[in-house]
Structure formats: structure tokens, C-alpha cells
Design a protein. Structure first.
Lengths: 148, 148, 148, 148, 148, 148, 148, 148
């Protein structure tokens, strides 16, 4: 069995690399999918390609929709979705992706520090695992694929 | 045409009453659905009914799952979903509900102050309308139902 | 059997009234659903409720999305969809609704003059009937409901 | 991530080649799918293979249904759909394809000149991007696949 | 619990009346749905309403599509589908309806004489019951609704 | 909000009456659905209506399929499913119903004694609540419907 | 674009070979799927593998269900379904497969002689093409894949 | 045609190896998928990776959810599901998987000794075959793939 794994959420730390590298080291047959993680490009892509906007709302709107092409496709192609909540920012897009995964019946794993347990209880309630570290996620993926 | 409208999100202000009362005043044929909005009951329902837990995580987990019976049923029965983001708290459950609405192809309206535009751009991108006040939502529902 | 029938398309002639009145005269048990058919309200609703826009594109965009709340709900609730193409205007929204009906597997009936047969062949190909007059649609609905 | 991209709509200009060539030049991993774009073959295929018809309506009908085998399969296989509206003809089939994409929850991009903004507002409202040129679409696909 | 029951298949004997009357006598809360059962009307409805055709194929085609509005709606609304195969005619429409029921996961009951067991084995294989008489179907519906 | 609740599983104790009576006492707006709970009728219905079988396998098979008409319809109509595992018998049908609920994304509540926790861990893992008594289920349904 | 094509229906003539060979000759990229076409094996597979039955009904039932594993999988994997009706036998399984294709929204092509037009009008009404010869089907598949 | 086959159920005998080896010997093009079959790892995976729990219920819960990532993915990827019930233990997870297969419309084969026929009648009723030995399953898969 091969897996397609979508890595959603926080783009301000290197947690994706930790998981991807961790899985590569032990040769897990996983195709990783991600949203656009280059922050500035992600914010300005609408204006850059389709033209600038006077209003911030539409500036963001155009960017968010283009990013959704990648996000929606990634979620649809994925067998498993990993969603990381960091300790900063609102990260509503991460919870939004979790809601999509839940509605589509796709198993997802949440990563977040203990401190946000109460605030994330609805998201955690539908998750297949709630981890704190990237290493735990690598171990889960290893177990799921190799029974080890 | 009658509508079922689910009111998701913030439970710390009286925005639901504003919308419900506003629609009643003009006799719109709407059945309103809501999550449990009694904060303390909502947090402790798992322990209250199924027994206490030593760990906060499981205390929250049991509550969140029981609440999900109401939330999932409400979202599934709704024709339109209204999601309010206030200016406090993480409100990840609101974004989680929006994600479910998006994945199910249900039209949803977001209410939030201008200040959170950038942080909510992914949620707004799939919305049918982004309002600032409860009155605007009443006007939209009025228009959708009566063409006025 | 009762039917819910959505009347999509042209808003510049009284074809909806012809069908609704025709069915009422013979007491067919049909709930009729429609898009917003007040042209000006339909064009300006976004600006009217959510605030004006400097750009025409966004003026239209906000209106079209609010209108979609009604359109999408109507199409989803309908058992049968009637789509009228007049002899003026582009009427891409009518073909757009037909595409939604086709993808959802909902039976739909098209009304258009003979002159547009070639241009509408893809839309006609998935239709259950291609009529020229409102009277024919009333007769079809009468037959479908009463076997007469 | 690889993408399957369906190029729907206008068959009277070389916009498909522009997009396909543009993406090839920068080595994007895309499988392009298209409707039949040989105009005459497309119009007469029903008569050519299954026998001539006295009535234009059935001549068109048989052709449109055979073409639908390719169109429906292309839309179903596609991750992303690009729909071009030119400045001539009714192009209802393009709007019909957009409606199918919308109902299936597939992200789509519309290309059309500014002049048709108002007439296409319902189609644009559900799109992930509204472009004017083929180059913009190549840039979006490049960004979606490479984050550049 | 109330049931909607669609009675598909043979239109040359009074089996529908037997079932409907049998269920009425014992007051079962069932809404019965049927195809058009007036044979001649059913064959000619396309020509009668939409105009005559020189070719038999198109005469039949137009009628069959209008009939499909009723058939598809009936199958979609039904909780349970009853499909009767008589001892005459091809009755491919009955098997076609059974295939739709099977693909939609709707429970269906087949009625046919013992003689056609081998020819109907694929249809029977997905059925919830294979009856020989209308009385047996009434008994099954009685049991399903009242546990008697 | 009204609820449809399907009561699946054990038929050897009066737990269904406890829940139904408990909910009636406090006037909850619930329609209860159940499988056939008359044990002997349930085992022999195939033979009773459609004729006896020499082989036990087919005797059971015919009965199980007729019972499935009621079970499948009940699960499909239900908003919430309650599944009781007693301390006797295999009760594979209860776990089978739970699997259907899980695959359909319907929220379900499991009732079982503590002793079977390990054996039911897969079924519990997808449940919205795991109760021990009928009273707890009544309290959950009360809370879900009235917020109390 | 590659296609998966399921060849359903008659197993008493060599029409499948005609289509497969015809497509191979012109190098069409098609994976062909078929039901079991070895008649005797198909009739007796239940008894051969799982044990003999005294009753013809169960003999056929066991065989039909095992065959359904292949048939259902083939229909689900197919992009396009070809269904041949010969001039002999009841061929209800062919119409049953057509019904499944229709309900799943899969494009299908019917092959039958002119004589059975009236009896097959419901099956033809949902088809994308109605052919008389295997050669016509090869030409359609060629056109769909190569635009020629 | 290739098949993906998921082997669900009992993990205390070597029935999976018998089927996998039996199919390999005759070169059937099958990808086999399985749950985690290392019993102890399967029970303790939650505690091992995510931390120990004081309560048995949560110890099991965390393990069961991580195992569900593999189980749900396997069932979703599978064309055919084989479910073995041994003569020991409750094996509710096997019946739970069968329920998921039934709800998803996936063909499944059950293996169990004659003695459990009555208790498994609901599970058997939706199965495509009920076998007693692994050899029979190999023969069915051989027949389904090679017509032999």
C-alpha cells in the first residue's frame, strides 16, 4: 500500500520537512502533497497574475481562490491529511481544511501543543490521532504502512 | 420556498437572537438550527452524563463528540449556514464548520469584522457572502426568500 | 406524487407566469421555485446590502454570489428543472444551471425557439424534453403527474 | 503532484495550443484533456457514423451525444477545468461545462474579455480565477504546481 | 415509519391494483408511486405534445424521455421498489429500473413466475426478496411496517 | 429541530422501551425507528411468506434479506443511530449496522457494559458517545435537542 | 486520454472480439473489461466452488452473485459502457447493467437491431449512442479518442 | 483487469497467507491490503506512540483510531473485500468492516464455519459469496479474474 498524505496548516516552522525527511529516511512509500508554503507568494498571487486591487479584501480574495485550486486538489487526492496548529496566528485555514477532511470522511491527524487542547476540541474529536510532535506523526505513518 | 438555516460559531454575543428576531419580525419562513450555546453545559456534557475524566483532553473529547451529534445534524439539515467569527478566542470550531459546509457544497455566509479579513481569506473565498453585521444577514435572507 | 419544479433562465418575458398559471388552472400539485426575477434588485443586491464597489467586476461578483444562495438551493430542492432560453442576451446563467442539473442527474426540460437548436445542442442532448412553448411544458407536467 | 486539466469552450482560436505549449515550455506535469475541437467532425459525427437524419434537430442531437462521451469523461477525469469564452457565438456548451464543474465541486478557471463580465457573472462567481489571457492561465498552473 | 414504494414493470395486468388495494385494506402507511401505466399515452406522449416524428426511433425516443421524468423521480423518491416481470414481452425497462435501484443501493423486491428464474438471476441476485404473487409482496410490506 | 433515531442491536431486553419511554416523558420531538424486534417472526419471515427451505442457510438468508428492507430504510432515514450490545450472543448484526452508520457519516451512540470495551474498540472509536445505560442515552438525546 | 470500456450483454456471438480487434488494429489506448463470457462456467460457478444446490433458484443465485463481483467491478472501473442486445433470449442482465450505468451517470452505448427499437426505448433514451454494428462502435471509440 | 483485495477480520490464524500464497501461485494480478495483523502492536500503538493512558478505555480508543487510518484506507482502496470470522472471540470489528463495505456498495465475500450461519445471517445476506475455506476464496478470485 502506498499513501498520499496532505500536509495542511502552519507555514511558519519546518514541520513539513521534519515529517517528509523522517519518512524518507525509513523509505515509506508516501507521496506528500502540500499547500503553497511560500508565504509572500501565497498572499500576493492574485494581484501578481490577475492584476492589483485597491481593496485589501479583493487582494486577499483573489489569492485565496487561486490557492484553493491547490488546496482542494491536494485534499481530494490525499488518503490521509495531517493538520498542524502552531502557537501563533489564527490559523483558521487549518481548521477549515480539517472540516473539509471530516466532511469527506478522510482520516486526519492533528498536531498541536497541549495548551490549545480546549480550543481545538471539536477538531480533535473527529481526528484519528492527536499528536504533539512531528516525530509522532512519522511513527504513526510508519506503523500504518509497515505495522512496525 | 422555506429555508433551514444553521447558525454556527461565536457563542459569547447575542448575534443569533438578532438574526432570529430580525427574521421573525418580517415573517421569513425559516427554521433556525444552532449548536448548543449554553457554554458551561457544552463544555461539561461528557463528564456530566458519561462520567468524569482525570485528563482534560478526554473531558473535552467526550463533550466535543456529544456536541458533534447536534452540530453534524444541524449542518446536514441546513440549506444555508451562517458562521460568525467574533473578535476574541480562537474559534476554530467555526472554521471547522465552514470547512464542512464547503466540502458538502452548502452555501454559507460569514460574519466577521474587517480586522480579520486577511486571517479569514480562505474561509471567505468559498463563502456566498461576507457580512459585518447581523442586520446584513437578515437582509440577505430576506432578499433570498422574498426578492426584496 | 407532488413535484418541486425550478424555473431557470430568461427573466425578460412572462413565461414563468404562463407555466405557473397553466398548472394552477388544472390543479397540479407542484411547488414552483425560481431565481430572483426582479432584474435590478438581482444586479445590485451585493452593493445594496454589503456596500458599493468601485469595480464593476466586484459589483457583479457580490450580487451573483448572493443570488447563488437562492439558485443553488432551488436546484437542489427541485425534482425537475425547466430552463428557458429566449432570443436575446447571452443567457449563460441558464446554460450554467442546465450543467448543474445534468451533473446532479436531475431531469430537466429546455424551452427555446427552433433557431437556437444548433447552438444549444449540448444542452438539449442531456435534456428529457425540448419544448418551444410554455404550453408544452404545462402539458408535460400534467402528463407526468396525472398520466393524461 | 501531477494535474489533469480539461480545456473547455471556444474552438475558433488557438488558446488551447497557447496554454499547452506554455506549460510544456516550463515542463509542468500536466495531462491536458479536451473536447473534440475539429469543428466539422464534431458537428457531423452522428450522421457520419450512425446514419443521416432528415431533421436538423436529430442531426445535432446524435452528434452532441457522441461528443458528450468525450466531454463527460474529460470533466470527470480532470482535477482542474479551464473554460474559455470568446467574443463570438453563444457558447452555451462552455457555460454548460462550467455548471457541471460547479456541481461536481471541481475547481475551474474562466477566461473571457472584460466586456462579457456582466453576462458571465454567475459563471465567474463559482470560479477559482477569472483570467483574460492564456498566459495568465499558464502562470496560475505554474504557481499551483511549483509555488513560483 | 411510513414508506414510499415505487411499482415498476409490467403494465398489462392489474398487479399494481392488487398490491395497492391489499395494503389499503390493512391500512399500511404507504405512498405508492408508479410509472405512467396508460399504454397508448405512454407510447405517444412525445408526438402528442412535442410534435410528430417521421422516424419510429425518434417517436419512441421523445416518449421515453418524457416518461423518464416520472420514472427517475419515482425511483429517487422511493424507499422500496417493487419490480414485476410478466410472462410476455421483453420488459427491458423493468430490468433497467432494477439496475438503477441496485446502483442507488435502494432495496427492491422482484415478482416473477418460476419459469423465468434462470433468465432473471442477475436481477434476483441483488433483490431483497423474490416473490411470485402480489399477495406475497403485500405480506412483506405488512411485515416490514408492522412486524406482523 | 426534530430527530429520527434508529435503535439497532440487542432484541432480548427492554432497552428500546426504556429509551422511548424516557424520551416521551420529557416530550422530546423524536421519531423512533427500529428493526423487527419480534424474534421468532424475524427468524422465519422468509419461510412464512416466500416458502420453506430445506437448507438452514437459505431459510436464514431469505429472512435476513426481508429484514434488511426495514433495517436499511431505518438507517437511511435516521439522523442518529443508537446501537446496543448486550452481554450475550454474537450480535454481529449490531456491529454490521454500526459499520453502515460509520460509512454513511451518520453519528451513532453505542451502549455496552464495561466488560466488552476491548472487543468493541473499533466500533467505539467511530462513535459519538459510548454509554452504559439507557438513561445516559436519554440524557444525551435530551441535551442534543434541548441544550439541557 | 486512455479509456476503460466495459463490454456488457450478449455472450452468444463474437461482437466483443470484433470491437476489441477493431480497436487494436488502429491502436486505440483502451483497456477492455468484460463479464465472464464462458457460458457454462458462468452458470455453474456457484455450485462448482461453493457446493451444489438442490434448488435451481439457489444454484443460479450463488452463480449470479459471484459473477456480480466481476460485473460490478467492471462497471465501476469503466469510463464508457457498451451494451449489446442480440435477437435471442431475454437478456435482462444487459438491461440491468444499462440501468446501473444510467444511475451512476456513466456514458453508455447500446447496440441492437432495428427490430427491438420499441422494446428498448427506455434503455436507448439514456444512451449516448444507439448503434447497430460493432464497426459503428469502433468508429465512435476512435472518434472519441482521436477526433477522427 | 487487476484487483485490490482487502483481507479483513480474524488475526489469529494464517488464512491471509493461504489466500495470498494461493493467488500468487497462479499469478493472479491482485494487490492485497490488510489491517495491522501484529496483535500486540495493534493493541498498544496508541500508548506506544502518543503516550500511556490510565484508563483502559482510552488506551484502546487511541489504538483503535490509529488502526482505523489503515483500515479505512484499505477498504476505500479495495475493489473486493474478504471478511473472515473464526470460531473464537467476538470479532465485532469484522462485522463492522462488513457494514462499511455494504454501505459503500463494495462487493464482499465472507468466510465462516457452518456453525455461525444463523448468527451471521445479516452479514451474509449482503455478501456476494459465503465461503468456508480459504481455498474457495482463491478459486473465486481466480474465476473472477480469469474466467476459469
Amino acid at each position: 500500500m502506498k499513501l498520499s498524505v496532505y500536509l495542511s496548516g502552519e507555514i511558519h516552522s519546518n514541520w513539513r520537512e521534519e515529517i517528509i525527511d523522517g519518512c524518507k529516511t525509513i523509505n515509506l512509500p508516501i507521496e506528500f502533497l502540500t499547500p503553497v508554503t511560500v508565504h509572500e507568494a501565497s498572499d500576493d498571487v492574485g494581484a501578481n497574475i490577475l492584476g492589483t486591487e485597491a481593496e485589501n479584501f479583493w487582494h486577499d480574495h483573489k489569492a485565496a481562490k487561486i490557492n484553493a485550486i491547490r488546496t482542494k486538489t491536494g485534499i481530494r487526492k490525499a488518503d490521509v491529511i495531517i493538520i498542524k496548529f502552531g502557537d501563533q496566528y489564527k490559523q483558521w485555514n487549518a481548521a477549515f481544511d480539517a472540516g473539509q477532511a471530516a466532511a469527506l470522511g478522510k482520516p486526519y491527524i492533528v498536531i498541536h501543543p497541549k495548551e490549545t487542547t480546549h480550543a481545538l476540541k471539536e477538531v480533535d474529536a473527529q481526528a484519528m490521532a492527536v499528536a504533539i510532535t512531528s516525530t509522532q506523526v512519522v511513527e504513526i505513518l510508519d506503523y500504518v504502512l509497515t505495522q512496525k
